[in-house]
Design a protein around this ligand. Structure first.
Ligand code: SF4
Ligand code: SF4
Length: 341
């Protein structure tokens, strides 16, 4: 694996140089938030940030996406497939939890049998440059409880770690190695490896929330009908904030919009927290109250995803905990579930 050392203050300039050649998505301050966005000419990326308000999943799975267009003609309806996203991009500065979320989304959108070309095209054409958390940014972080790590390279093509005076840059995949030319020629030495190991150990130790999840699927499956679920949802406003900010939530709805003879088919993010999410045309709703919806959210992430793909569908970013307006905390729910028989 190729490894380089760069001055910390050089990273913003490197991002801008890459942006001269391909589209760069980077964290940028927008009013009081830090958001990932396309880096415009003259715009300053922010790599000293904690984490972005939104997860960067929208670059591969947009909030609203046209799938196809159609026109009514005298001979019938003509369909035009929407041109797939066709530009190379670099996602710079994603935190390891968010980079790992792409591995989890790949399991769903890029299966052997079912392939989602809209997602796959964007994913294949984007290089992920991850910025390790030398210090876990928030007290809500719990990545190590769900299989991640603050200095994890899963989902990253390039991993950048703050090892004190400089950044250690590791080119994890061949896709990442294509960016080598932007990062100078100061090769990393054995001392920088040792510093990275010390940073990784300190970051892991600094995480304050650690929950056991080793048998969470079995516990949840056994307790599907338990009174455990009777109280969790009571404060929930069904606002959907938790699902829209979550890097791994991926539910969507498909709808058609027509104006005169022209129409388009869109897929839009949806949320299992919304009452209409499972409402059927007959009026029947198999998840009639917020209790069933909250149970679904937990079961999907901690039981069904492990069953289907062998991995928990939560990366421990803590966004849902931070932003829930009524302080519902998925970490506490899982910790309490682990106390069940
Ligand atoms: S469930 Fe919450 S903590 Fe887990 S990945 Fe989604 S937003 Fe982050
Ligand atoms: S953010 Fe909180 S209130 Fe809103 S849907 Fe999620 S759990 Fe319910």
């Amino acid at each position: 694996m190729e490894k380089r050392l760069i001055k910390k203050e050089a990273l913003a300039g490197i991002a801008k140089r890459i942006a001269e050649d391909v589209t760069v998505y980077a964290p940028v301050r927008v009013e009081e938030n830090v958001l990932f966005k396309v880096l415009e000419k003259g715009e300053e990326p922010l790599f000293t940030y904690q984490n972005s308000k939104n997860a960067p999943k929208n670059f591969f799975f947009p909030r609203s996406e046209v799938m196809l267009r159609y026109t009514r003609t005298p001979k019938g309806v003509e369909f035009t497939a929407e041109e797939l996203f066709a530009r190379d991009g670099v996602l710079m500065g994603a935190r390891p939890c968010d980079a790992r979320s792409f591995v989890l989304l790949d399991m769903l959108f890029d299966q052997e049998k079912y392939k989602d070309p809209y997602y796959i095209e964007k994913r294949n054409r984007t290089t992920v440059v991850s910025l390790a958390c030398a210090k876990p940014p928030y007290r809500e972080c719990f990545c190590t409880s769900v299989g991640g790590h603050p200095v994890d390279d899963k989902g990253a093509d390039v991993l950048i770690t703050d090892i004190g005076d400089v950044f250690l840059v590791e080119f994890v995949t061949p896709k990442g190695e294509k960016l080598l030319k932007y990062f100078g020629d100061q090769k990393a030495d054995a001392a920088s490896e040792e510093k990275k190991a010390a940073v990784a150990a300190a970051a892991e130790a600094a995480l304050t929330w650690k929950i056991a999840t080793h048998e969470v699927k079995e516990k949840l499956d056994r307790n599907f009908n338990s009174p455990f679920w009777d109280g969790i949802h009571k404060k929930c406003l069904a606002c959907g904030t938790c699902t829209f900010l979550c890097p791994t939530c991926h539910c969507f709805d498909i709808s058609d919009e027509m104006k005169y003879d022209d129409g388009r088919r869109l897929r839009n993010w949806d949320s299992c927290m919304f009452p209409l999410f499972t409402k059927e045309t007959s009026g029947h709703n198999p998840r009639p109250t917020q209790k069933e919806r909250w149970r679904q959210r937990v079961m999907h992430k901690f039981s069904y995803y492990p069953e289907n793909f062998g991995a928990i569908a939560c990366v421990g970013c803590g966004r849902c905990v931070q932003s829930c307006p009524v302080n519902i905390d998925i970490r506490k729910i899982v910790a309490e579930a682990m106390e069940l028989a």
